[in-house]
Write a protein that binds this ligand. Structure first.
Ligand SMILES: Cc1cc2nc3c(=O)[nH]c(=O)nc-3n(C[C@H](O)[C@H](O)[C@H](O)COP(=O)(O)OP(=O)(O)OC[C@H]3O[C@@H](n4cnc5c(N)ncnc54)[C@H](O)[C@@H]3O)c2cc1C
Ligand code: SF4
Length: 451
């Protein structure tokens, strides 16, 4: 997939890649710590000093293989991980008041070099095993699970409802961090292992699931989260009231959407920030984030907040939209009310504080619902608050036929958490199938006891 010229110009790289000399100089600053807190802080436990040491010795391929051994999506994670709160946040150089090692940019340097040289992934086992595993969803969790299984010799098939793989890596993460084409390029490594992909194939009903249960030995649920919560206020059905996820997906993978002069974004998480920044870069002069709580309550990371301010996004705290006003020309404003936050955190509208915030477009990013319909159709799979309950060490659910990982288990975290979950589940499935080898089960197999 080619990135459009317009999008490439409007969304240049947030953290431009290292030149070779600068990368080697940065790699040589690493203290090669024995207990490497950076590795401990990475959910996929990439051996950071090892891969950095290989860059210092000009062994780029070896460095990339060290990364890929722990994290098959090492390229995208190098661009999208919130490293300030993960590996770089844990770097010991902070203790000496020195700048932490730029781990993410070094990781990207190694992975870019690997891809540019046409690198491919190797198998961990030469054995070809007959057992088949269906991974539902082609996001980071399923990709990591399928890659792990295929590397161990199992047959992995990924079912994806959309036309392209990658999940939110392709359709959601801001373009200046990870362009869709870079996400797709990385997935070619996984396809190269022999993982089969079936696109535009939504697994919707219990009947679909039962068919998969018959055809496959194990099922992995990597379906992420569902639709965005709607605002639920009068006027929210106007055509210029847009779901942030659809807005981002559209500019990343289709024609850039038209943006208005003034845009209001409702919500203050990372998705709201991404949508607000995108609206600015797509040409909106005024973009404001409206949030019902205060600055310190926002769920966006501090560096995302700083970035949005640099992009010129305005913030309105303790305001709640109550109605969207429009006329025959389109949206004119959002009626808002000011909010008081009680000591116990309870929000209360301040009487008589209503005001109109002028804008012509509204983007909402107030969280996503779980895919309850699908998850409830997975017989015998325990859910808690809409999330799949798993054994954290293996990804196993309460039905031995099903494993799960990523956002549908953790409720929505980071790409690297989904990769870690997917890999753990891949290992978990491989262990179970090696202990009790099994060609596809027939209806009435032991799993049915959990139905
Ligand atoms: C706007 C946005 C920006 C983000 N930015 C970052 C970031 O900068 N850094 C970061 O680390 N994380 C970021 N995240 C979080 C990160 O993208 C997710 O945590 C991660 O993608 C979760 O991976 P997953 O595989 O669990 O789910 P997803 O990536 O959501 O993938 C699930 C896949 O399953 C498919 N699917 C769903 N139902 C079915 C079905 N019934 N049949 C077939 N296929 C189905 C979906 O189409 C999708 O492709 C962001 C999230 C959002 C929403
Ligand atoms: S903590 Fe910092 S200095 Fe130590 S190994 Fe990790 S990156 Fe290198």
């Amino acid at each position: 997939m080619q990135q459009s010229k317009e999008i490439a110009e409007r969304f240049p790289d947030l953290h431009p890649p290292f030149e070779a000399q600068a990368a080697i100089a940065e790699a040589n600053r690493c203290l090669n710590c024995f207990d490497a807190p950076c590795t401990g802080a990475c959910p996929t436990h990439i051996d950071v000093p090892r891969f950095i040491g290989k860059i210092a010795r000009d062994n780029l391929r070896g460095s990339a293989l060290t990364i890929l051994d722990a994290n098959v999506l090492g390229a995208s994670c190098s661009r999208v991980c919130p490293v300030d709160v993960l590996c770089e946040g844990a770097c010991v150089l902070h203790r000496y008041n020195k700048k932490p090692i730029e781990i993410a940019r070094l990781q990207r340097f190694a992975m870019d070099g690997f891809h540019a040289a046409g690198g491919t992934l190797g198998r961990k086992s030469r054995e070809e095993r007959p057992e088949k595993i269906a991974c539902i969803g082609a996001g980071p969790a399923s990709l990591a699970c399928a890659a792990e299984l295929r590397q161990c010799g199992f047959q992995a098939t990924v079912f994806e409802r959309r036309p392209l793989p990658g999940g939110l890596n392709t359709y959601g993460v801001a373009e200046y961090k990870l362009p869709a084409h870079a996400s797709l390029e990385e997935i070619e490594l996984i396809r190269g292992l022999g993982v089969e992909f079936r696109y535009e194939t939504e697994i919707r009903t219990q009947e679909d699931l039962v068919t998969l249960e018959r055809e496959f030995d194990r099922l992995f649920l990597g379906v992420g989260l569902g639709a965005a919560h709607r605002l639920g206020i009068p006027g929210d059905d106007h055509r210029d009231v847009i779901d942030a996820l659809q807005f981002i997906a559209r500019y990343k993978t289709a024609d850039p959407p038209a943006v208005a002069e003034s845009v209001a974004v409702i919500g203050a998480g990372n998705t709201a920030i991404d949508a607000a920044n995108a609206a600015r870069r797509l040409g909106a002069s005024n973009v404001a984030i409206l949030y019902r709580r205060g600055e310190r309550h926002m769920s966006a990371f501090a560096f995302e907040y700083e970035h949005a301010k640099q992009e010129g996004v305005q913030f309105q705290w303790r305001v709640m939209p109550v109605k969207i006003d429009s006329d025959e020309r389109g949206i004119c404003s959002i009626e808002c009310v000011r909010v008081a936050i009680g000591e116990n955190g309870v929000l209360a509208a301040v009487p008589g504080s209503n005001f109109h915030f002028a804008c012509q477009q509204v983007i909402y990013a107030i969280g996503q619902s779980p895919l309850l319909e699908l998850l409830s159709a997975c017989r015998g799979v325990e859910l808690s608050h809409g999330r799949v309950v798993v054994n954290r060490a293996t990804g196993a659910t309460s039905n031995p036929k099903y494993f799960a990982g990523g956002d549908c288990v953790n409720g929505g975290r980071e790409v690297v958490d989904a990769v870690a979950d997917g890999k753990r589940a891949g290992i978990g499935i491989a262990q179970v199938l090696k202990v009790a080898p099994q060609r596809t089960s027939s209806p009435g197999a032991p799993e049915a006891a959990h139905a």
